[in-house]
Design a protein around this ligand. Structure first.
Ligand code: HEM
Length: 467
């Protein structure tokens, strides 16, 4: 077991280059091969980034020393063209303000409305009819694409109070969705370049991928601004979505509001769709677990209401377990704004990036035991002392930072689970999802800022006949 070789001047660049198509897996292997679950990635020209899979270090950077480990200028400048001053890209007071104002959108009342109106509508009027047609015609669908469309409709309705209707039977090519996809991909590729000077140079001369990024961001902003202006006309109405909440809060300028909305679209579009794609694949591979999930779904009503969705404990545990193996955000970074020493004795210099690695952590024997590679929702269940029923077993968030942890923990976590469980209930009550190709291998996990199944997830939808 060895770590990637580092050379003077170019650092680990040779290995980095050879593994550029599997960076998540490569950095994960390096963490696993280290006695203290740490790996220093040395880039050319002296920039060093620490990857960690040690829960004590994760707790240290995400909570204990929260004010030392921030987004920082590397993250901020790399993603600025796309995210501007949106919540994902700011620290300090600016972050606190956006977090507080947005948090209203995630209280119980808003979540109940979200499940019983927005998600329910999208499941019953769009998703199910498309699956029904696919069953009748025996067509192959890319389930990942369908789930992304689903999530994008959802998040636009929450963020803007606007329904773009991407999940319709014709599966329209949406300019906005394509622009978003390109902008995220190109922005995340910036992190991987041998030096940031390269993308800055391309941006300066407006060539290649940077030219496309500029166009894509401009399309995204125009689209957002258009909705924002429409919204302004109807502002007397009480704020029911994020956009009107920010517009109502007073003197925020339009550019900033656009930034804020873009961060939310990023948060909501690719995360739940990635999680569900892998979830359906894992269920196909584990029919006994699928049966348990279906059993739970059939105990609820056809269109389960908020409380029923909340009560789907087994499905909840299965989603946790699936994201352990395939986390939607597989690696996430902070930057130290002062010198520090980590709990394992590692010295961190001011300006260094420190990345925690949910993908590597979900696959560590020291955390999950020797059966870590098995899909076992039971890990997340325990018996309730009084009712004897199974209940969800919460674990230390620092061994499972899939939603981050500490003060900046994902704001949409509860919303994400409600949405995913409602989709799972809607799909599996009537249908079976069967991969169109099954060569016995595992689909390929790739990641930009969020993860994806490479090449999509081609499936056939079968009617479920097991009542
Ligand atoms: C399975 C689904 C999801 C996963 C795994 C997930 C994961 C994460 C992670 C890892 C972060 C930290 C990112 C960073 O700061 O670098 C985050 C932040 C955030 N997430 Fe999620 N997320 C999910 C769904 C959602 C949804 C549906 C929303 C709803 C809009 C959402 C809203 C947010 C927001 C607003 C933040 C920023 C919080 C802050 O900086 O204070 N997330 N999420």
């Amino acid at each position: 077991k060895s770590q990637p070789k580092s050379y003077p001047f170019i650092g680990n660049y040779l290995s980095l280059y050879t593994n550029h198509h599997r960076l998540t897996q490569w950095t994960s292997d390096a963490i696993h091969n280290s006695p203290n679950f740490a790996f220093f990635l040395r880039r050319p020209f002296g920039q060093t980034r620490l990857f960690t899979g040690n829960p004590a270090v994760v707790q240290h950077i995400l909570k204990t020393k929260f004010s030392t480990y921030q987004k920082g200028d590397i993250f901020r400048s790399t993603l600025f063209d796309l995210l501007g001053d949106g919540i994902f890209n700011v620290d300090g007071e600016e972050w606190k303000f956006q977090r507080q104002l947005s948090s209203h959108e995630f209280n119980t009342k808003s979540l109940r409305h979200f499940v019983e109106h927005v998600v329910d509508d999208e499941v019953n009027k769009r998703l199910i009819p498309i699956l029904t047609t696919a069953t009748a015609n025996d067509t192959v669908l890319d389930l990942q694409d369908i789930l992304q469309r689903f999530a994008l409709d959802n998040i636009c309705r929450i963020a803007f109070g606007y329904d773009p209707a991407y999940l319709t039977p014709s599966l329209p090519q949406a300019k906005f969705a394509v622009a978003f996809e390109d902008a995220v991909r190109i922005s995340s590729e910036r992190f991987r370049m041998i030096t940031p000077l390269l993308w800055k140079f391309k941006r300066f001369f407006n060539i290649g991928s940077e030219k496309r990024l500029k166009e894509a961001v401009s399309e995204i902003r125009q689209f957002t601004m258009k909705i924002l202006n429409e919204k302004k006309q109807e502002l007397a109405i009480q704020p029911v979505d994020l956009l009107s909440r920010f517009l109502n809060s007073g003197h925020l300028d339009e550019n900033l509001i656009t930034d804020i909305v873009i961060s939310f679209i990023l948060a909501g579009r690719d995360t739940t769709s990635a999680a569900l794609t892998w979830f359906f694949w894992l269920l196909y591979k584990n029919p006994a677990i699928e049966s348990e999930v279906v059993k739970e779904i059939k105990e609820k009503s056809d269109s389960p209401i908020y409380d029923e969705v909340k009560d789907m404990v087994y499905t909840h545990a299965s989603l946790y377990e699936s994201m352990r193996l395939y986390p939607p955000v597989p690696v996430d970074s902070k930057q130290a704004n002062a010198d520090d020493v980590l709990p394992d004795g590692t010295i961190v210099k001011k300006g260094m990036m420190v990345s925690y690695h949910p993908y590597a952590m979900g696959r560590m024997e020291s955390i999950w035991g020797e059966n870590w590679m098995e899909f076992r929702p039971d890990r997340w269940l325990e018996k309730d002392e009084t009712s004897e029923k199974k209940k969800f077993r919460a674990r230390d968030p620092y061994i499972y930072p899939v939603f981050q942890a500490g003060p900046r923990i994902c704001l949409g976590k509860d919303m994400a689970f409600l949405q995913m469980k409602r989709v799972v209930a809607g799909v599996l009550r009537q249908f079976k999802v069967v991969p169109a190709v099954d060569d016995g291998g595992e689909p390929v996990f790739v990641a930009a800022l969020t993860s994806k199944m490479k090449g999509g997830f081609p499936v056939k939808i079968k009617k479920r006949n097991d009542d």
